[in-house]
Ligand binder design. Structure first.
Ligand code: ADE
Length: 234
């Protein structure tokens, strides 16, 4: 997979050189490049923003540098991902879908956002997805892009040392939150481990984990419960 990130803060993406994504780049599974949006400006101040038409606080990112940047990095087969708090909520299903793509281009906006014509024009040439990480506001798209990239690339075949850990996780096939997990020692600061986990009885362990996952999901994320499940029935 190839990933290009366009941003005014390329250094924000430095963590991608670390850990597993870094290793994936060494092995050739992943190629990541960052591009400074200011390299696509033509004035001495390398201006990327201006005041909003219609008035109001803050600045809006100018369309020209974005148009040139996308012309330079986008390809016929790419998906352009625009992280924005006004986007469609990003989910594990989106991560799985994007993991099947060859080329992702992240357009990281700052300030009050990017001139709408950039997306309106891009959709006539490429697939474009405006996505939100949740109902909160970050200073820009960079941290959101990092999170989305991590969610996607860990799903690439060969990325994880132990692919089994992908199959047993929160927001997995059954759509429930993860059950609580424990490791040694069996007693820590006066707290024990649920007896069933020490019993060696695989059927009972599986049933306990399922019940815990359902109870946790009912309490924290009732919206994730399968249709027809009542919170009382879990
Ligand atoms: N940019 C700023 N806030 C964001 C959010 N919540 N999700 C995605 N991108 C963002």
């Amino acid at each position: 997979m190839r990933i290009d990130v366009v941003t005014i803060f390329p250094d924000y993406l430095a963590p991608l050189r670390l850990s597993l994504p870094g290793k994936a780049q060494e092995t050739g599974l992943l190629q990541v490049a960052t591009h400074d949006l200011r390299d696509f400006t033509h004035d001495v101040h390398r201006t990327v923003d201006d005041t909003p038409y219609g008035g109001g606080a803050g600045m809006v990112m100018k369309p020209e540098p974005w148009g040139e940047a996308l012309d330079a990095v986008a390809t016929d087969e790419c998906v352009i991902v625009v992280p924005t708090p006004s986007g469609v909520p990003f989910t594990q299903a989106d991560a799985e879908r994007l993991a099947g793509e060859q080329h992702l281009v992240f357009a990281c906006g700052r300030y009050e956002g990017i001139d709408q014509r950039v997306v309106d024009h891009a959709v006539t040439r490429w697939r474009v997805e405006e996505v939100s990480l949740g109902d909160f506001v970050l200073n820009g798209g960079e941290v959101a892009a990092l999170a989305i990239i991590e969610a996607v690339v860990r799903l690439l075949p060969g990325f994880m040392g132990n692919p089994e850990s992908l199959t047993e996780e929160s927001h997995g096939a059954d759509g429930l939150l993860e059950y609580p997990v424990y490791t040694k020692p069996a007693s820590w600061r006066g707290l024990g481990v649920p007896d069933v986990l020490l019993s060696g009885h695989h059927g009972n362990v599986a049933a306990w984990r399922r019940a815990q996952a359902e109870a946790r999901t009912a309490e924290r994320r009732p919206d994730l419960l399968p249709p027809g499940t009542t919170e009382e029935s879990t």
